[in-house]
Design a protein around this ligand. Structure first.
Ligand SMILES: Cc1cc2nc3c(=O)[nH]c(=O)nc-3n(C[C@H](O)[C@H](O)[C@H](O)COP(=O)(O)OP(=O)(O)OC[C@H]3O[C@@H](n4cnc5c(N)ncnc54)[C@H](O)[C@@H]3O)c2cc1C
Length: 404
């Protein structure tokens, strides 16, 4: 007997799994297909990244039942310090005591574990892992995916959530604007002598930014931060080959002692960085979400947050459509999703790209001009509040699932 579901979600990563859970909250059923198994996706060393989760994204996690497992694991970001190579003239984004934090840091592995656990045993979510689609068919009334184990899964709407290289996006001929930053981000964690005080540091160098993001202390009391060190691709193989002690020495030299003595606390992983933005994110009975729709430089910590906004908006469009008697694959429903998401994602991506380029210009004069601009932002209460609201993800037209 055919198990036709509302959604056929291709990709059970952070965004695809969040979508399945959020849709289930509104009574929508899904097939989720991932070529990797949950054990592979949550194995130590598969994804060593930590993500800055904005206030709006945290609201979504709470609204789909992840507050309890995740709350103790998140480290609040109480302020953000932005500097041009540790020179004088930094900006401090420090909300007032009653304004709440600027987000929370979570290990991606912890988020994945919480998502898989929350989905386990849910009749509305059928997870098919360790399999890949051989074909995707989108007809006028239904979609069907044939898997490489011979099974066929049917639904009303196909969702491309397979990340940057989405084969579903390519299959549908949805074209992206894209470029390579020729940067590689090295991700790891360090323990350090001095407490981080909840501060997220963004230190810009012409060769690429270095981000230090606060994590919870280890059980033995050692202070800990996540590191994202971006280097030019031409230097990346050399950096990858550095012995651990030299790698840590390079980071310590750039931090100029703000954390005291530091030690490496996790394996190093490298991620090549690029930009892509699909001009269209819907087609007949198809939508794209997360990195399948847009991928950006991680400096502003917004990629996953944008993907989670896609989830909140899509679920709201689908459930309102259902209330009006519209099928999940209805063209009007999908057009509303595309209208709602397009401007927001393009604005965030363009701003992030501009920051990367602005701080990438080498030389003393550009640095002096940048620091003058930063000093102006530092003095302007209005601009700082604007940027902090953006970091929290609480501005603009928010779907219900992203509100507290
Ligand atoms: C160094 C770095 C740091 C970052 N830090 C932050 C941050 O602090 N905050 C933030 O918001 N964002 C951050 N991001 C961005 C964020 O990690 C991504 O936006 C997010 O992981 C995208 O999730 P996704 O589920 O869309 O895609 P993915 O995580 O790529 O998941 C795609 C899933 O699809 C599966 N898949 C792929 N192909 C197929 C196929 N053919 N068939 C079936 N399944 C398939 C994969 O196995 C995977 O599980 C960072 C990114 C990088 C590189």
């Amino acid at each position: 007997m055919s198990d036709r579901r509302d959604l056929v979600i291709l990709g059970g990563g952070l965004v695809g799994m969040t979508l399945a859970l959020a849709a289930a909250r509104r009574g929508l059923s899904s097939h989720v297909i991932d070529k990797a198994t949950p054990a592979e996706l949550t194995a130590e060393g598969t994804d060593g990244r930590a993500s800055a989760i904005s206030t709006a994204s945290w609201n979504l996690f709470c609204n789909i039942g992840l507050a309890q497992p995740l709350e103790p694991l998140g480290c609040p970001i109480t302020s953000i310090a932005v500097t041009d190579g540790m020179k004088p003239g930094r900006i401090d984004f420090q909300p007032k005591a009653d304004e709440g934090t600027l987000g929370r840091m979570f290990a991606n592995r912890d988020i994945r574990l919480a998502l898989f656990e929350a989905a386990r045993g849910r009749p509305l979510i059928a997870l098919h892992s360790g399999v890949e689609p051989l074909s995707r068919d989108r007809g006028e009334h239904a979609v069907a995916v044939t898997l490489d184990d011979g099974r066929m899964l049917e639904g009303s709407l196909l969702v491309g959530a397979e990340g940057r290289q989405s084969p579903t996006r390519a299959d549908a001929g949805l074209v992206s604007a894209k470029w390579d930053y020729s940067h590689r981000a090295f991700v790891t964690a360090i323990t350090h002598e001095k407490p981080h005080g909840g501060v997220a540091w963004e230190v810009f160098f012409p060769a690429g930014p270095l981000a230090l993001l606060p994590l919870n202390d280890l059980p033995d009391g050692r202070h800990r931060s996540a590191v994202v060190w971006t280097v030019d691709e031409s230097d990346a193989n050399g950096v990858a080959a550095l012995p651990d002690a030299v790698f840590v020495g390079e980071i310590a030299a750039r931090l100029e002692g703000i954390f005291g003595k530091i030690e490496l606390a996790a394996p190093r992983m490298g991620y090549p960085l690029s930009f892509h933005h699909a001009g269209r994110i819907v087609d007949q009975r198809l939508v794209l979400v997360g990195d399948a729709a847009h991928g950006m430089h991680p400096i502003a910590g917004q990629g996953l947050n944008l993907g989670l906004r896609d989830v909140g908006v899509l679920v709201e469009c689908l459930s309102e459509g259902l209330r009006l008697g519209l099928d999940p694959g209805d063209a009007q429903v999908l057009a509303r999703y595309e209208r709602w998401r397009s401007l927001d994602s393009l604005t965030v991506m363009a701003a992030t790209d501009a920051i990367v380029r602005l701080f990438g210009v080498p030389g003393k004069l550009p640095s002096a001009v940048r620091r003058l601009g930063m000093a102006a932002v530092q003095r302007s209460g209005w601009l700082k509040t604007f940027f902090m609201n953006e970091a929290r993800g609480m501005s603009g037209d928010l779907p219900e699932l992203l509100r507290a």
